[in-house]
Design a protein around this ligand. Structure first.
Ligand SMILES: N[C@@H](CCC(=O)N[C@@H](CS)C(=O)NCC(=O)O)C(=O)O
Length: 214
């Protein structure tokens, strides 16, 4: 498989999941500002929206959207048990969490808060939406290790999104169970490895962008 990714973006969730699965994967870096790959080629033919993640499967077709890619990866590597079996109530709960993370947290809260061009009233409106969503997570995660009964692709997505809190003025310490969950999952081997690698790539990307701007 090949994963088109951008450092520390939501595509990190798929990298974590591929590491959990022990998958033989290739990672192709995309600059989501210039919409170019590191070799200079155009990313738009891969995704007309210019967004990561995109997964190229071993059969050669392309899959977009976190909520499709993450279950696909878990089903491709059943031995890793990264999702409950299809057709079960637990699997439906996994989809529920993926939908919540994708729409209520990723797009609903963090995208506007991380947008340097977001108008002030959008930021204050969005900050007001944070509490309801993190309160829900706080209640669910209190006394729990994972979103479901064991680590799943939903945890890979949630730790990826919560990692943006520090850059977006969201103080996770107001939700102690969420903060403890984030710190605990971030120490998990696959997550720590993926994050450490992508922090290096992120810093290199920032250096390249700064050099290009001067
Ligand atoms: N609906 C897509 C959204 C993916 C997305 O928002 N990707 C961001 C990185 S976290 C991106 O590529 N942003 C660049 C852009 O929108 O131009 C999904 O859930 O996979």
């Amino acid at each position: 498989m090949e994963l088109y990714f951008s450092p520390l973006a939501c595509s990190l969730a798929t990298r974590i999941s591929l590491y959990e699965a022990g998958a033989d994967a290739r990672f192709i870096e995309v600059d989501t500002k210039s919409k170019r790959l590191r070799d200079g080629s155009d990313f738009y033919p891969i995704n007309p929206l210019g967004q990561v993640p995109v997964l190229r499967t071993n059969d050669g077709w392309l899959l977009r959207e976190n909520t499709a890619i993450l279950p696909y990866v878990s089903d491709a590597f059943p031995a890793a048990a990264l999702a409950p079996p299809p057709g079960t109530a637990e699997r439906a709960k996994l989809q529920e969490w993926l939908g919540f993370i994708s729409t209520e947290l990723h797009k609903g809260v963090f995208v506007p808060l991380l947008d340097p061009h977001a108008p002030a009233d959008v930021l204050s409106y969005t900050h007001k939406r944070v509490a309801l969503r993190l309160d829900l997570l706080e209640q669910h995660l209190h006394g729990r290790e994972f979103l479901l009964e064991r680590f799943s692709v939903a945890d890979a997505y949630l730790v990826t999104v919560l990692n943006w809190a520090r850059y977006s003025g969201v103080e996770l310490s107001q939700w102690p169970s969420v903060q403890q969950y984030f710190e605990r999952i971030a120490r998990r081997a696959s997550v720590a490895k993926a994050m450490a690698e992508e922090y290096v790539l992120y810093s290199e990307e920032q250096d390249r962008r700064n050099a290009a701007a001067t």
